[in-house]
Design a protein around this ligand. Structure first.
Ligand SMILES: [Zn+2]
Length: 266
């Protein structure tokens, strides 16, 4: 089986206007979207951002019939303090093939908001990984830990600053992720739009040395032009770390795909 982007948004996410059907020309035989579930979302006036599941499933069924492709259901769970019960309740009643776990916000700000750039970067970093550490202890029922660097995307940290401030916390966070079979995501938006390649080189090694064996590549596309963006570069990074496979997730099953099969494809 071929690899396909494991992190994609459409207009079922609060921050995307892209229609699912627009991805169909680019998608191979398999396709998934991962829509935002973000309770108490500061980027939506602290309302709950919840995908319209009924319409989502209907659109997938419509496009499956129209295109003959296999289309899977996904969710990007935004975990924030105190929201774990609502998240668990939602997931008990809605099924997905893949569940991403993300940390975007602290109840007051999203870490991509401009206000972050006016704060002390090392304080922001420390706060963010404390929040992620607490959060992943409270909730870890997911397949993939996404963009581990989301909270520092706007900070331009060196790997040295990052490791000194966040290294111990990140190591402990990865231990919990690995214990719960969560994959490490190479988020190509973080790596190539926010220039955090250095942090990914650093973090992959930690995850790998702790015994982590699952990897996904996700573009985090919110529009079609970013679908599978920079995947070749991400594959080269995995190879440089002596990692020769990636994983895909579907309801109840994880598949290992040799990395050379990914190369054929993109
Ligand atoms: Zn996303």
């Amino acid at each position: 089986m071929k690899y396909y982007d494991q992190h994609v948004h459409t207009n079922f996410s609060f921050d995307s206007n892209e229609k699912m059907e627009n991805y169909m020309k680019l998608a191979g035989d398999n396709f998934v979207t991962t829509e935002h579930l973000e309770f108490n979302n500061p980027d939506a006036k602290n309302n709950d951002s919840i995908p319209d599941y009924t319409k989502y499933v209907a659109e997938i069924e419509r496009l499956k019939k129209q295109t003959g492709k296999r289309i899977y259901k996904g969710v990007e769970i935004g975990m924030s303090a105190g929201q774990e019960d609502k998240i668990k309740e939602y997931l008990a009643h809605h099924t997905f093939d893949i569940k991403l776990l993300s940390f975007h916000q602290d109840g007051k700000k999203d870490y991509l908001d401009d206000v972050v750039t006016h704060m002390d970067p090392l304080k922001v970093t420390d706060d963010y990984y404390r929040l992620m550490w607490k959060g992943i202890n409270a909730f870890h029922d997911a397949d993939v830990l996404t963009h581990f660097d989301y909270g520092v995307r706007k900070l331009n940290l060196t790997s040295g600053q990052f490791s000194t401030t966040a290294g111990v916390l990140l190591t402990n966070i990865f231990k919990i992720a690995i214990r719960n079979d969560m994959a490490f995501e190479l988020n190509t938006k973080s790596m190539y739009k926010y220039h955090n390649i250095g942090l990914y080189d650093y973090a992959i090694e930690i995850y790998k040395q702790l015994g982590g064996k699952r990897y996904t590549i996700g573009s985090d596309a919110h529009e079609v032009s970013f679908y599978e963006d920079h995947f070749r570069d991400a594959v080269e990074m995995l190879k440089a770390h002596d990692i020769h496979h990636v994983n895909v997730f579907r309801q109840g099953a994880m598949t290992v795909i040799p990395i050379d099969d990914v190369m054929e494809d993109i």
